[in-house]
Design a protein around this ligand. Structure first.
Ligand code: HEC
Length: 208
């Protein structure tokens, strides 16, 4: 009986320690992090696009967490941007950090590839832009029609990729998703620039 009590007591202590270290302490440290200066809240279209990103499993192949130069110089060399800080995710619940890099990190795709048309076309058929790409196409976010209506967003694809005598039109989910992708931009400094001392130098009293 004594050993059972010790076993259960020990398990409880271990559980309490791990919950404190992995849940409570990180919460206390991060729950009131301020947005990084320069970070804008998402618009409603961008938020809908974020939902499309989540429901289509983009996170399974793409991270949103460039790392420090010291830790992973390759991230920096590839032009993925500075290492992110907690405030960069202030408007992301939950953040789409990802842990798999089958494709490139997307935290700064809005800076690297700011063209709406390129992003729409790449979602319709990645291989039209990157030969041999293993990214899946998302054709159900588009409509192939014989003629575009007045408000349609027509996607101009590289030669040979638009079905003959048809037009490819982006559905609202593709447009929202690309708005979200273009909002991924952490090109501002991670920390607010420290105000340079502008106070006038203290005048030195004249010697009598
Ligand atoms: C099976 C893995 C996989 C999935 C799922 C996936 N991608 Fe990709 N993605 C890739 C690969 C590989 C590349 C690099 C080749 C290319 O550009 O097509 C890429 C490239 C990209 C690029 C261009 C990046 C750059 O730096 O040029 C964007 C933007 C992108 N993906 C967005 C998405 C979005 C949005 C989704 C979800 C709707 C998604 N991907 C789902 C694998 C994936």
């Amino acid at each position: 009986m004594k050993s059972e009590t010790t076993l259960i007591g020990g398990a409880m202590v271990m559980l309490a320690l791990s919950v404190s270290a992995l849940v409570i302490l990180p919460y206390l440290e991060l729950h009131d992090v301020e947005p990084t200066p320069g970070l804008k809240p998402y618009t409603s279209a961008q938020l809908r696009g974020r939902q499309v990103y989540i429901s289509n499993g983009c996170v399974y192949c793409h991270t949103q967490q460039p790392r420090t130069k010291e830790f992973a110089a390759a991230d920096f060399a590839r032009g993925w941007g500075r290492a992110t800080v907690a405030g960069d995710y202030a408007y992301d619940t939950p953040p789409q950090l990802g842990d798999m890099r089958t494709g490139p990190d997307l935290m700064n795709i809005g800076v690297r590839q700011p063209s709406e048309q390129w992003n729409l076309g790449h979602l319709y058929e990645p291989r039209a832009y990157v030969p041999g790409s293993i990214m899946p196409a998302f054709p159900y976010m588009f409509e192939v029609k014989s003629k575009a209506d007045q408000d349609d967003v027509v996607v101009t694809l590289p030669p040979g990729y638009t079905p003959a005598n048809k037009v490819v039109v982006a559905r609202p989910e593709a447009i929202d998703l690309v708005k979200y992708l273009l909002s991924l931009n952490r090109s501002f400094p991670a920390i607010a620039p420290v105000a340079t001392a502008t106070a006038p130098a203290t005048p030195v009293p004249a010697k009598p």
